[in-house]
Design a protein around this ligand. Structure first.
Ligand code: G3P
Length: 223
């Protein structure tokens, strides 16, 4: 499973990249706004900085336009910025047309704001490179986001769709583990959820014991 980090914060992207397990970054207009990034020049500069940190990994950059021509213009500009840019397109009627357009032009896309299997099926048929079901936001409204990942996995496998399932709106480490069990191709989540995978109290207790035993043995040799 690929690991993407869901943030526009350069320090967090750097920290995840330094771990050596980062495969890419996803952003959205809210995450960009949170970093105080606005205006075309600043936005483009920021995406470029993200691409440089990530190296080989994919970087999803979302269009703001919601009409076909606007999405095409913005998407083409974003795609020209760096070869690793994946154009993020919302799941709306013109979005489907834009996905098809970009797929025919060989520009990679990520279809975002997906909340149903029907939407995921449409995105795949339109040739999206990634589809982003928002599992945390489904959990927020008392449904099970993981059920949606399972449904999409089944549908895509039934027909051999190549669109990758990018589990988004991941909130905690169990989301990541469950997505891996179900067979999501990618997960995108905050640094906190990725780092939480590291933690186990028995690891800490075991390491403390190993180090204490090593110290004792070294002192015994010295004495
Ligand atoms: O990748 C989509 C993500 O940014 C949404 O996450 O936590 O705002 O639901 P969240």
């Amino acid at each position: 499973m690929k690991f993407f980090i869901d943030t526009a914060n350069l320090d967090q992207i750097r920290e995840a990249a330094e771990l050596g397990i980062l495969d890419g970054v996803t952003t959205n207009p809210s995450l960009m706004a949170k970093e105080g990034i606005s205006g075309k020049d600043q936005v483009m500069k920021h995406y470029k900085a993200i691409c440089e940190i990530v190296g080989d990994g994919d970087v999803s950059a979302e269009v703001i336009a919601t009409d076909l021509q606007g999405m095409i213009t913005e998407g083409e500009e974003l795609a020209e910025l760096h070869p690793n840019i994946v154009v993020k397109i919302p799941m709306i009627k013109d979005g489907i047309k834009a996905l098809k357009y970009f797929s025919e032009k060989g520009i990679r896309t990520n279809c975002t704001l997906v909340f149903s299997a029907g939407q995921a099926l449409l995105a795949a048929k339109a040739g999206a490179s990634y589809v982003s079901p928002f599992i945390g936001r489904l959990d927020d409204v008392s449904t099970d986001g993981l059920d949606l990942i399972e449904q999409i996995r089944l549908i895509y496998d039934n027909y051999g769709f190549e669109t990758e399932i990018l589990a988004a709106s991941v909130r905690h480490p169990m989301h990541i583990i469950n997505c891996a069990e179900i067979g999501a191709d990618v997960m995108t989540g905050p640094l906190s959820a990725i780092l939480a995978l590291l933690k186990h109290p028995l690891t800490d207790i075991g390491l403390a014991q190993f180090l204490a035993d090593h110290k004792k043995a070294a002192e015994a040799v010295k004495a």
